[in-house]
Write a protein that binds this ligand. Structure first.
Ligand SMILES: [Zn+2]
Ligand SMILES: [Zn+2]
Ligand SMILES: [Zn+2]
Length: 473
């Protein structure tokens, strides 16, 4: 999706009222002070307004909302993506706290997909990247007398994408059960992989990983993960496994583990269904002890993929990030596919006592896990990254104040400073529009720098003007 498409979908286009608000804001005498606050918040789309009171007087400051979702706040979601980038990259290339030798551990990038539950409209490409028709099949119609094939080449913004060719043929129960049990499937996968490693290469090897869950257009999670092998030491610092294991060998075991994992779960009518990953399991060797791969380049690329996935969310399916009342399902502005998934969740939660809690997860379409998870020793943590950023900003702010010769430098600590929450969010859709367009412009520059491989100080690039004084998510 392009930036413009996302802005207009997330921000509802621009009506005369909003144009009026933009003009009022831009021509007001308080515009420079307001824009300075917006810039200092990193162009946050939903800033927390804080009043700061200290010996110098009272001032208003905007703090970031810190929402992960692009649809809520492009700027804060970029920040989250930046942290994810560092988290993933540190585990492949090293960082302040992770030794650079991790680059030589056997590692693969694996994507575990969900199986299909019926034909859906999709974009396809052949090996050359050329577009192919959506869904060609021998049968002309299904038993519901609907078209069983689709010869169209869909555009990226086609609303039919991800929707089944026939909703009555589509296995909604299997689909929902798979979303619900995805965390358990992943858990089984990691345990199976550890068992296979032990059987093949003996004890003394630890599996470290970071994974990001991406909701596909058909609203089913795919798991993208970096899987790295370490020596099973007691210390926190990762060291290479004592036994030489090639990236190829690890890749084979990942494939075998993913293919063998299955989970028997309850289904309607007292049935038991067996859930599995889809048979499209992709593994790419990132590094091995032979040094045959250019792990530095691949590491950056993979960190980039994962950083982009985290900013997507079910919000892109038209759902707000809070609980949904089942009675409201028919009134939501969502696709028929999403609506049927929601009804299927409600039905399952009513019919099978073990799934009673499902109904409280309508807003995530039954996905209960985190978007990003990592094993303890993979690399640094999000908390550590935020601490580094906070320290950097404090130092930068202090430098800035001393350049200006502010008296604040002396008083220094926060003891005489008081903060009060005033409100959250911009005062009008027009103000929000101005902040968001600036955020999107700023982002283009950041991603361009990253794609060129400029990793000199992405943490700093991502925190341009961030006033991180707590609050928000
Ligand atoms: Zn924000
Ligand atoms: Zn189609
Ligand atoms: Zn049908």
């Amino acid at each position: 999706m392009s930036h413009t498409a996302r802005t207009s979908s997330a921000f509802g286009g621009m009506g005369p009222e909003m144009i009026g608000q933009v003009l009022t804001r831009a021509s007001s005498s308080t515009y420079p002070a307001w824009w300075a606050r917006v810039t200092a918040s990193g162009y946050c789309a939903h800033p927390i307004h804080l009043t700061r009171q200290d010996t110098a007087g009272t001032s208003l400051i905007y703090a970031r909302c810190k929402n992960r979702r692009t649809a809520v706040c492009p700027s804060c979601s970029d920040l989250y993506a930046g942290d994810t980038w560092h988290l993933v990259h540190a585990g492949l290339g090293g960082s302040d706290t992770v030794p650079a030798t991790v680059a030589d551990h056997p590692a693969v990038f694996a994507t575990l997909t969900a199986p299909g539950f019926g034909a859906v409209h999709s974009t396809r490409a052949d090996e050359t990247g050329a577009s192919r028709p959506c869904h060609l099949g021998p049968a002309r119609t299904c038993r519901h007398r609907r078209a069983a094939s689709c010869a169209l080449v869909h555009r990226d913004d086609d609303e039919r994408l991800g929707q089944p060719l026939c909703a009555d043929c589509y296995d909604y129960t299997g689909h929902v059960l798979t979303i619900w049990h995805t965390p358990a499937l992943w858990d089984r996968f990691t345990r199976t992989l550890r068992r296979l490693l032990r059987a093949e290469h003996g004890a003394g090897i630890r599996v470290s990983f970071v994974k990001v869950v991406e909701m596909q257009t058909r609203i089913i999670p795919h798991i993208h993960s970096v899987i790295r092998l370490d020596a099973a030491t007691r210390t926190g610092t990762p060291t290479p496994p004592a036994k030489a294991i090639s990236g190829e060998q690890l890749s084979v075991l990942v494939q075998r583990a993913a293919a063998s994992v299955h989970l028997d779960v309850l289904a309607p009518g007292g049935e038991v269904r067996t859930l599995r990953f889809g048979n499209q399991i992709d593994t790419q060797i990132l590094a091995d002890t032979t040094g045959a791969t250019d792990s530095a380049v691949l590491g950056r690329k993979v960190a980039g993929y994962l950083a982009k996935y985290v900013t997507k969310s079910v919000a892109d399916a038209g759902l707000a990030p809070h609980r949904i009342n089942p009675a409201a399902i028919d009134h939501l502005a969502v696709s028929d596919h999403v609506r049927t998934l929601l009804h299927t969740i409600v039905n399952l939660s009513e019919e099978i006592p073990e799934y009673a809690a499902m109904v409280t997860w309508l807003h995530t379409l039954g996905y209960r896990g985190h978007i990003t998870t990592k094993s303890r020793r993979y690399s640094t943590t999000m908390g550590a990254l935020r601490a580094v950023r906070a320290a950097y900003e404090q130092a930068a702010a202090a430098r800035h104040r001393s350049i200006r010769g502010d008296a604040e430098t002396e008083s220094g600590d926060a003891a005489d400073t008081e903060w009060a929450f005033t409100r959250a969010g911009h005062k009008s859709a027009g103000e929000r529009y101005l902040a968001v367009t600036a955020a999107l412009k700023h982002r283009e520059g950041l991603w361009a720098a990253r794609q060129l491989g400029d990793t000199s100080s992405p943490l700093v690039q991502f925190t341009h003007g961030d006033t991180d004084v707590g609050g928000g998510r």
